[in-house]
Design a protein around this ligand. Structure first.
Ligand SMILES: C[S@@+](CC[C@H](N)C(=O)[O-])C[C@H]1O[C@@H](n2cnc3c(N)ncnc32)[C@H](O)[C@@H]1O
Length: 410
């Protein structure tokens, strides 16, 4: 991408602003992107250094500390009246001078506000006070950030070679002095599994889901032609984590069916994940309250649910090398019914021309934690072909990093 002049960026911001006022999909992301371009064009190097190496590391460190002392919760509890530094200091246990310095940086970075002598919550800080986001902050700071911090020395040691795909001696293992693969490390070092599952449940919250209107046509591609005989399965979410995707899918489709005077989804919806994840899902909800079925299943073993209408793998294959990805798909293939079952990969498809921050930062997360990479369309095609599948179509939505790749038996 060629760099733009400041006036060109301002013009883009103006037109993205109009699109935003008209609620056009992708306009918010375009505004944020152009605002970043504006900062990059305006900042002189000293300002760039100050923001990148002081302000932003200090911000994330303060936010991590805020989790421990419940800073955002106390600000939320204070409501519109706000809270003065002395009271906030008493509640958090942070001495008042230190508290003021930390909170001032949060004000300068627009995370909270200060007026009439009191600190105030913002919609953002109130969201960060929720348990899922508190866990996500801990995961990002404690588990992910050390892997990035170690990049320079790690790659100096490897003489700037990419680690072999799926390597068990990547930046993550070096940072955490472990030889375990990422997912095994999460289980072995509580509470990281819980924090990671929370992170997965919110890191794309607020973005359209693959099943939302205008993205993947669920009625046309899944519900029409669904075989409801023998209590058929409509959707299996393979490696679905805590079930946030299936819960939202069921909520949305049960609701739209009710408008048509029907009470239920046309078929069963099943969440699958590793045993400890399913155990925590079951423990968190009384089993009969779950809006979907839950089943422990290792996706490196044959898929036990045969002939479902669709098998969803959301952000699964990107965690694995090509070889392992092909193994996961090969374990799914025997369960597929020809001309009926669909495989849905909800994954990033990397564009060489216009990589977005959402795509490049996820690609670097993959490099840091799994020594793997996000894939281009040609790479997806290659993996699917090797497992005996073919791409039917790729669906995208403006401003959403992940596409929906629909595949079927070749
Ligand atoms: C990146 S998360 C994706 C979770 C969810 N699909 C989403 O997009 O939010 C990867 C998921 O794969 C699960 N997983 C890892 N290894 C697995 C295995 N061998 N069998 C089944 N699930 C596994 C993890 O527990 C985790 O929930």
């Amino acid at each position: 991408m060629a760099s733009q002049s400041i006036s060109a960026i301002l013009e883009h911001i103006a037109s993205a602003g109009k699109a935003y006022e008209n609620n056009e999909p992708g306009s918010k992301e375009a505004l944020i992107d152009q605002s970043r371009a504006l900062i990059a064009s305006l900042e002189i190097p000293s300002e760039f250094l100050q923001r990148t190496f002081w302000a932003e590391p200090a911000l994330s460190a303060i936010i991590r500390l805020a989790v421990d002392v419940k800073l955002f919760q106390y600000l939320e509890d204070a409501g519109e009246a706000g809270i003065c530094a002395n009271v906030l200091s008493e509640k958090t246990g942070v001495d008042v001078v230190l508290l003021q310095r930390l909170a001032r940086h949060l004000v300068a970075m627009y995370i909270i506000s200060f007026h009439h002598g009191t600190f105030h919550a913002t919609p953002l800080s109130n969201s960060l006070a929720r348990e899922n986001y508190q866990h996500s902050i801990s995961f990002c700071y404690d588990a992910a950030r050390p892997s990035f911090n170690g990049f320079p020395s790690f790659f100096q040691r490897t003489q700037y070679k990419s680690p072999p795909l799926g390597s068990l001696s990547g930046p993550f293992q070096e940072a955490h002095k472990s030889q375990l693969p990422f997912f095994e490390w999460l289980v072995a070092t509580p509470p990281h599994l819980q924090y990671f599952d929370s992170f997965m449940s919110v890191y794309r919250a607020g973005k359209p889901n693959w099943f939302d209107p205008g993205f993947y046509p669920v009625t046309e591609r899944l519900i029409d032609g669904f075989d409801a005989s023998k209590q058929g399965v409509l959707l299996v979410d393979v490696g679905g984590g805590k079930g946030h995707d299936v819960a939202a899918f069921v909520a949305q489709h049960t609701c739209s069916q009710q408008q048509q005077q029907q009470q239920h989804l046309p078929g069963r919806v099943v969440l699958q994940d590793r045993e400890p994840v399913i155990a925590s899902v079951m423990a968190a909800a009384k089993a009969n309250e779950l809006p979907f079925e839950a089943q422990a299943h290792d996706f490196f073993t044959p898929q036990p649910i045969k002939g479902a209408r669709a098998y969803l793998l959301h952000s699964i294959l990107h965690d694995w090398s090509d070889e392992d990805g092909i193994k996961i798909l090969e374990n799914l293939v025997p369960a597929l019914q020809r001309d009926y079952s669909r495989v849905l990969l909800n994954e990033i498809v990397v564009s060489e021309e216009k990589p977005t921050l959402a795509v490049t930062s996820m690609d670097l997360m993959m490099l840091a934690h799994f020594a793997v990479r996000e894939r281009t369309e040609a790479e997806w095609k290659g993996i699917l072909e090797k497992a005996g599948l073919r791409i039917v179509n790729i669906y995208t939505y403006p401003g959403v990093a992940e596409s929906l790749i629909e595949a079927e038996l070749a």
